[in-house]
Design a protein around this ligand. Structure first.
Ligand code: CA
Ligand code: CA
Ligand code: CA
Length: 141
């Protein structure tokens, strides 16, 4: 989501661009670039009012555009979050399905210690070890 400060920067930038246009600059500075000399036209104030209305419309359009972009950005961020969750789920499933210690059993196939190849379903249980050798839930058989 765009920050409110970015919205104001965008609007201010657009306003600066409009103010920098030769027609508007001519009106402001009464420069020779203006066909009417003072840039206000024959009516003076009405011509300036037209420009203000134009700028208000432009700001309104830009505000709408920023809002639309923020909504699109929110939708994209939501979709990215969904895809990241899906990737995490698939990675976890792949990890459970992988036999990491090479004993022929993955976690999905009952290996209760996939970092030790001597521990797996069907292994001989050693009562002297402090862990479940054959992954049956018992330390003694
Ligand atoms: Ca294994
Ligand atoms: Ca193992
Ligand atoms: Ca056991």
């Amino acid at each position: 989501m765009l920050l409110p400060a970015r919205r104001w920067i965008l609007l201010a930038s657009a306003l600066v661009l409009v103010l920098a246009t030769p027609a508007f600059a001519g009106a402001k500075n009464h420069g020779p670039g203006s066909p009417q000399g003072n840039g206000l036209g024959a009516g003076g104030v009405p011509a300036l009012r037209d420009r203000v209305v134009f700028l208000e419309g432009l700001v309104h359009q830009l505000t709408d555009r920023v809002s639309n972009l923020e909504n699109a950005n929110d939708a994209l961020e939501s979709r990215v979050d969904q895809l990241e969750t899906r990737v995490d789920t698939l990675e976890a499933a792949a990890a459970r399905a992988t036999d990491n210690d090479g004993d022929g059993f993955s976690e999905d196939l009952g290996d209760c210690n996939d970092a030790d190849p001597s521990v797996h379903p069907g292994a001989a249980e050693n009562p002297a070890t402090p862990f479940d050798d054959n992954c049956n839930g018992s330390l003694v058989n």
